[in-house]
Write a protein that binds this ligand. Sequence first.
Ligand code: XCC
Ligand code: SF4
Length: 627
Amino acid sequence: MAKEREISDLSPWEDAQKMIAKAGREGVNLVWDRLKDQTPHCTFCEQGLTCSKCVMGPCRINPKGPKKMLGVCGADADLTVARNFGRFVAAGAAAHSDHGRDLLETLAAIGEGKTTDYGIRDEAKLERICKELGIDVEGLSVQERAKALANLFFEDYGCRSHNVAFSSRAPQKRKDLWERFGCTPRGIDRDCVEMLHRTHMGVDCDPVSICLHAGRVALGDGWGGSMIATEVSDIIFGTPKPVKSTVNLGVLREDQVNILVHGHSPIVSEMILAATREPAILAKAKEAGATGINIAGLCCTGNELLMRQGVPMAGNHLMTELAIVTGAVEMVIVDYQCIMPSLVNVAGCYHTKFVSTSDKAKFPGGIHMEFNYNNAREKAREAVLMAIEAYSLRDPDKVEIPSKPMSITSGFSNEAILGALGGTPEPLIQALQAGKVRGVVGIVGCNNPKLKHDHVHVNLAQELIKRDILVLATGCATVAMGKAGLLEPEASSRAGAGLAEICQALGIPPVLHVGSCVDNSRILHICAVLANYAGLDISDLPVAASAPEWYSEKAAAIGLYAVASGIYTHLGLPPHILGSSMITTLALKGLDDVFGACFAVEPGPLQAAELIDERIKAKRVALGWPA
Ligand code: XCC
Ligand code: SF4
């Protein structure tokens, strides 16, 4: 492993450090090795100044001149950065929304009686959402309701002149503002496609206009694709309730068949979990000499199973390679997104089977087993049996399971949060008004090997709760919070007096796990509930968001829909936009005049906490609340 960066600089965690050292001994190539090989990065690319959108190029724009100030077509730095950023956001929005589509197709299959593998676990939520969106449920069976709701959501994807259905949840002031700036999300697919169109050579040549459309695309993700993914997942697999679990590589079991689910959609991981609970399959595991089958999660499909089923989390993005390095994993089974292609090679260094399940995400060198709503149960059984077979191939000399698992509490859906408050947002509004809880901040998103693993996540969260700011966590940030002990009610002792009092009264942690990355839509929704209840716009609330260690296009889409929804958003690293002072100023300042919120970029956790706190203070003062 890289000599220049000591292992303790890469990650603060015992499990990570031990596995990085083990990988070094065993000659396994890791993400940090490859980052070192790629450093220094191309400075044109880093600043968003390269364009390869046509074959008159590729072009590298040098805004300082004297040569290369324009691409062959005449595009300048501002336009080049805007076009690149627009496509970056559209790719992220497409990923979330296409994941939502898979849930929707499953809901439609249930509605049309085309699947027996999946069903409706939360009929009450199905009914509630149908009614919210104006479907007359009278006389309709559960199946008919599922079909009607699926059809309504399919309309949100297609080309149409209406707005995405859940945008109705936003406060009226927000919707008016979106309308004024041409940002109201229409068809989810339409707006993504339109971004590809606009950024083709010779279409939209106005950088600001491209950025506003990026806002629209992102809103179609947050209030469209992601929100559909979240709500439909709840309907099919159950709405999360507080649940106990554990986190870190210590959740792997030496005496059991270990299967890691990785990716994002619960469609595959839920079926794998179900298969491991079948007596006939368990018996097979025992025949193979294991005491049972252990399912643990990586990244967001791990969050999905953790939220609903209390399944333990093995790790986040930077732990995915290291989990395999334990030598104790029989199978990694994946759907899509954030699955480093390197995992196939790492698995190849051990007895680990790497299985892909989606026609959208194939991995040469892995085993491909196509899952769909007709065959999922059967395929899941097949996969689990394959993992059991691999158990006998495990090399005990290569097995090292580091660390004792940390305990965590998960499952804080909005339903669970509002339930804990007695069914109304009133107590939370009162606590905010009185300053017991000074604000609410969502800490979300990935890891990035350029930053010390989980360092910004944890230190930012600790600093915020000290200042009586409630933290909501999703995505890979969750694992960081859990490892730091922040997802347990006892962590309220590390919070300021006001927040501690509220947490103790409700028996909740000061950092609430609200789900996977698509579940950032839960944060949008609860902000809208609070704003609507108090007769405010979201941008009036003392709330903020942070993606301290983000890396992905999806995170950029999330950040932009948060800002466009009126939520001030901190990023630990800038996107590739610094080559344009126009776009950079727009992101850091100008958007405030449009959306009442903007971005801040700051890698230091304490400095970031200060920036966020300043913002929250300003919002509180404007509302006449004690700062
Ligand atoms: Fe991926 Fe969702 Fe980022 Fe984690 S947080 S690295 S996007 S898994 Ni979404
Ligand atoms: Fe170069 Fe313009 Fe083609 Fe981009 S679109 S590669 S800037 S000529």
